[in-house]
Design a protein around this ligand. Structure first.
Ligand code: NTF
Length: 788
């Protein structure tokens, strides 16, 4: 068994025999790959054991279909979950290397945009920790989310290239390949419906094992890469047409080339729909193949197979599964719909109308002619079974993927209590009335292995010392820390861990040109840049605060560092203006000699999972300030609370549940509720009214308009004082007040630490283990197994 061998020997072995390097000439990447292979060897056995156990126990398998898996780095996760941190550290020390440097060499697998993709990654880890037999299915994008840099304060995008180095974690499976067709025609032949596609690509599988806590179980992340059916057109090549000869290959590979850099709009229509069908169809074939290798009665499919649709991106799974069962296996369509529904369930992640996918019927018919027919049949069957007004799967020439996913799912879930209620009242009002038991809530969670144990070793050591290490896979045990909030020695140790994390971050920022004082309050807003998330509210408040400090620099202000991180979708002009404004404000404020010791703005570029792992442990204040009703859940908010940051936030998404759990006294609430937001929008001139009522807001906006931070920001000011759909102006005054409350509280450091401890102690419910158990119980009806 490889697990018995010495890690140090195995690293040397792989350095020599897998990488062909000797220690004297090895670069950091060689060492990192050697460690990765040595660790991967230790995952293979538990991985096989898990697969064998699932076959032997005939367990139900969960299939998580997602366009995005924002997994970040994998090496540290695996080392931590196998309990090999100390051994790995010692192995490298012997070669005068630091494990941190080796781990830090791994590129982020940025196969996702934001919360939806990161949630999928946390779920994979929890599924393995729990021992729930599961597969993640997605796309092996050659280029993940773009890299962000700033030029004169503006976002510059460049391609991400995580696959330029060998990817140590995956196993290529050329034998697991399916032909995926597009276009063509549908005919009735001898009583059978036959779809003959006009073009096709090959979906080839790449498997990455995902190891759970303590190596007890490992599941598979299977990502599909698109390959051409015919690699190369030799005739064209021989005729001298070298570009033309490579065309089939280029066309096919385009499908798995890039991740769409936007999680809220469906652009690049045709290619995007192709991507969605490509990975969904390949996954369903794979699922059926696995089922049929064990069972020949397709009616039993729902007992063995649970397929979760992560948002509507894989919603074409409904019609495709019906097509496979009906056209290819000969089941009557109505029966096929029933069986498919028994397997499928759908998670909704957003209520933003622009993010609810719709595809023109023309495009759908052109690319997937049989599916368009089946969508019409599903629609008609649903209308027959549920005679009522108004629910259709098409509207104004478009196929509506939300209603389609809803109709084809036995359960539909929202991702926080508030979001689930709003789903029932808004987007799915009519469908909910027809199917009152279908919508359930599964509040999001995050994996404590990555977001506490590995990201924050100082806090983790302190927690383990206080309550033992059982919290790592039973996070609600953090509640045992509660009494320690009243213990001065514990508070001091807690504060010291935070202070050390802040010093690390200050060094990191300093190396990147932002000098910040580690004794200042670290106030962090990190997430995609979006109007509804209101980074502009945060920066406008920063300006107002700066103006107040300048008026009276000696008034005993609490020093603060405002930290921002996040990318804007390349085509989202307003979000890019917000980025530019934040950087422009930083430039002015950071060089202001009157206020420099009291207020700084830092915006490290290229926010990603790895940067989040640095920022969150050092944060003291978590900014969760979306317009109420717009943020479905948020998961960053949970990571901050677990790491002992206090939240300043609105009653939106999971903030509501965080506040309920940590206690209203340990949370800085501001702003309108979701109901008030709807009413406020109806007030004519709401923004101007708010500005007229608050001279601070007026003054901050005037400063922006008059060019204090340079030209070009009129768009933001015009929006905030005009339509202001996201109610920045109307929430400003209360936000400003809450920020002053924050400072008052921070001035009493010991009392602050007490609140911070309570945030950690009371946030254990936000483990993704709890979320996954909820899905297993309410949605998948599946059970955890133990490896042999
Ligand atoms: C996101 N949705 C939501 O905006 C977040 O509030 C939520 O925490 C995550 O999903 C995970 O549930 C999306 O990214 C998308 F694509 F649906 F807009």
């Amino acid at each position: 068994m490889p697990t018995k061998t010495d890690l140090r020997d195995d690293i040397q072995h792989h350095l020599k025999y897998s990488l062909g390097k000797d220690a004297g000439h090895a670069q950091i990447t060689d060492w990192r790959l050697a460690l990765s292979y040595a660790i991967r060897d230790r995952i293979v056995d538990p991985w096989f054991a898990s697969t064998r156990a699932t076959y032997a126990q005939k367990g139900k398998r969960v299939y998580y279909l997602s366009m995005e898996f924002l997994i970040g780095r994998l090496l540290e996760d695996a080392v931590v979950n196998l309990g090999l941190m100390d051994e790995a550290e010692a192995a490298f020390k012997a070669n005068d290397l630091s494990l941190d440097d080796v781990l830090g060499d791994e590129p982020d697998a940025a196969l996702g945009n934001g919360g939806l993709g990161r949630l999928a990654a946390c779920f994979l880890e929890s599924l393995s920790t729990i021992g729930c037999p599961a597969y993640g299915y997605g796309i092996r994008y050659e280029h993940g989310l773009f890299k962000q840099s700033f030029h004169e304060g503006r976002q510059i995008e460049s391609p991400e290239d995580w696959l330029t180095q060998p990817h140590a974690w995956e196993f290529e499976r050329p034998e697991a390949a399916f032909r995926i067709g597009f276009g063509g025609s549908v005919e009735e032949l001898g009583g059978k419906t036959v779809w003959t596609p006009s073009e096709a690509v090959i979906a080839e599988a790449f498997d990455t094992p995902i190891i759970g806590w303590e190596g007890r179980w490992a599941n598979t992340l299977r990502l599909w890469a698109a390959k051409p059916e015919q690699v190369f057109d030799l005739d064209r090549f021989n005729a001298g047409d070298y570009y033309g000869a490579a065309e089939p290959e280029n066309l096919a590979r385009t499908i798995s080339r890039v991740l769409y850099p936007d999680d809220t709009t469906d652009e690049g229509k045709r290619l995007r729909l192709k991507q969605e069908f490509f990975f969904t169809a390949a996954s369903l074939r794979d699922i059926l193949r696995r089922f049929e290798s064990e069972c020949d009665d397709l009616e039993l499919l729902p007992q063995k197979v649970a397929i979760q649709l992560n948002d509507t991106h894989p919603a074409i799974a409904g019609p495709e599964l019906v097509r496979l069962l009906a056209d290819e296996k000969g089941m009557p369509v109505e029966k096929a719909i029933e069986i498919a529904r028994g397997c499928l369930s759908y998670t909704n992640h957003t209520l933003l109308p622009e993010a609810l996918e719709r595809w023109s019927e023309g495009l759908m018919r052109d690319l997937l002619p049989r599916h368009m027919q089946l969508i019409e049949e599903i629609d008609a069957a649903h209308a027959r079974e549920n005679p009522s007004r108004g629910v259709t799967m098409t509207d104004d020439g478009d196929v509506l993927m939300g209603p389609l996913a809803f109709a084809m799912a036995h359960k539909v879930n929202g991702v926080s209590a508030l979001h689930t209620e709003l789903m029932k009242e808004t987007v799915f009002e009519e469908l909910h009335r027809l199917h009152p038991d279908r919508i359930v809530n599964q509040t999001n969670g995050v994996t404590p292995r990555r977001w506490v144990l590995s990201a924050n070793p100082r806090l983790s050591a302190l927690i383990t010392e206080a309550i033992g290490d059982g919290w790592v896979d039973d996070l609600e045990r953090l509640s045992k820390l509660e009494p320690m909030a009243d213990d001065k020695t514990f508070r001091d140790a807690f504060a010291a861990a935070k202070r050390a994390n802040k010093a690390d971050l200050a060094n990191y920022l300093g190396e990147r040109g932002a000098n910040v004082d580690p004794d200042a309050m670290f106030d962090v807003q990190i997430k995609r840049i979006h109007e509804y998330k209101r980074q502009h509210l945060n920066i406008i408040e920063t300006i107002a605060h700066w103006q107040e400090i300048k008026d009276n620099p000696g008034a005993g202000w609490v020093p603060r560092v405002k930290i921002f991180g996040g990318k804007a979708a390349p085509g989202y002009v307003f979000a890019k203006e917000i980025i530019h404004l934040i950087n422009a404000v930083a430039e002015v404020i950071n060089t202001d000699a009157d206020t420099g010791h009291l207020l700084k703005v830092a915006y490290p570029a290229n926010y990603n999972v790895t940067l989040a792992e640095r920022l969150i442990p050092a944060a003291e204040l978590s900014e969760q300030i979306s317009t109420a009703g717009k943020e479905a859940s948020g998961t960053g908010n949970m990571k901050f609370a677990l790491n002992g940051a206090l939240t300043v936030g609105t009653l939106d998404g999971a903030n509501v549940e965080i506040r309920d759990l940590v206690g209203a006294d340990n949370f800085f609430l501001f702003g309108m509720t979701a109901d008030e937001v709807v009413k406020r929008r109806e007030v004519e001139g709401h923004a101007q009214k708010a500005i007229d009522a608050d001279p601070r807001l007026k003054r901050a906006l005037d400063a922006i308009r008059s060019g204090t931070f340079g030209p070009g920001f009129e768009g933001i000011v015009d929006n905030v004082s005009g339509p202001d759909y996201f109610l920045v102006a109307s929430d400003f005054t209360d936000f400003y007040r809450a920020q002053r409350e924050v400072e008052k509280a921070y001035a009493d450091q010991d009392a602050w630490t007490r609140m911070a401890v309570l945030n950690t102690a009371r946030s254990g419910w936000f483990s993704s283990d709890r979320t996954i158990r909820g899905y297993m119980r309410d949605v998948w009806y599946s059970e955890a197994l133990a490896a042999e």
